[in-house]
Design a protein around this ligand. Structure first.
Ligand SMILES: C[S@@+](CC[C@H](N)C(=O)[O-])C[C@H]1O[C@@H](n2cnc3c(N)ncnc32)[C@H](O)[C@@H]1O
Length: 197
């Protein structure tokens, strides 16, 4: 079952230079986003071809940028956080593409303009069933029955912002338990659930 993960990086830089030695601080919690990419894509020995990740870099300067990793086509990506962040950093040196224009920088690695609003519009067009991961949401068991591509929205270390909430108002919220977990741990649980169906 194809699965997509949209992660919101509220402070993650959308352009310029990042500091690979300070991913958690001056790089706007790029460590959290890199761990999410790692967990979404990597198996012990290989890359999942049924998983895609979209990072939403909202921290500026300039317009928001979206970074796409498609497991089926990704080549030459290494699972460590710095390597993943380094790949993201290369995209940040390029101008932000127009919204609606998805530009490939490396095999399986793309960027585009836009925010969660565009991602949700694209998912709707592509027939993706969308869920917001939320500790206070409904039980997750229903998702196993769905026979369409699935999309999951997660925040970084911060709660969803007002503008995120405006976009996801209508989407179903699903919970992985009452305790708030780290985002990458949630991705592992989703893989586990879907791999059984
Ligand atoms: C580190 S948590 C964010 C915690 C943040 N302080 C908050 O209040 O939202 C990162 C993301 O993981 C997901 N998440 C964490 N725990 C979850 C749970 N128990 N069930 C479903 N999703 C969860 C949510 O999407 C959350 O935005």
């Amino acid at each position: 079952m194809l699965r997509r993960f949209a992660i919101i990086g509220h402070r993650a830089p959308s352009s310029g230079k990042i500091n690979l030695n300070d991913l958690a601080g001056s790089s706007g919690r790029l460590d959290v986003l890199s761990r999410a990419v790692n967990t979404a894509l990597f198996l012990s020995h290989g890359i999942r071809d049924d998983s895609q990740v979209i990072l939403h870099l909202l921290g500026g300067p300039g317009p928001a940028r979206r970074i796409f990793f498609e497991g089926k086509n990704v080549r030459g990506l290494h699972p460590d956080e710095r390597a993943i962040a380094g790949q993201i950093g290369r995209a940040l040196k390029e101008p932000v593409p127009a919204i609606g224009q998805k530009s490939e920088l490396h095999s399986g690695f793309y960027h585009s303009g836009g925010t969660l609003e565009q991602t949700l519009a694209e998912w709707r067009k592509e027939g993706v069933s969308t869920f917001v991961l939320d500790a206070e949401g409904q039980d997750i068991s229903e998702i196993k029955k769905i026979q369409r591509p699935l999309g999951f929205i997660l925040s970084d270390d911060q709660p969803f912002s007002e503008s995120d909430l405006d976009c996801i108002d209508e989407e179903l919220r699903i919970s992985l338990g009452k305790q708030w977990l780290q985002g990458h741990a949630c991705i592992t649980i989703i893989h586990h659930v879907l791999d059984q169906s």
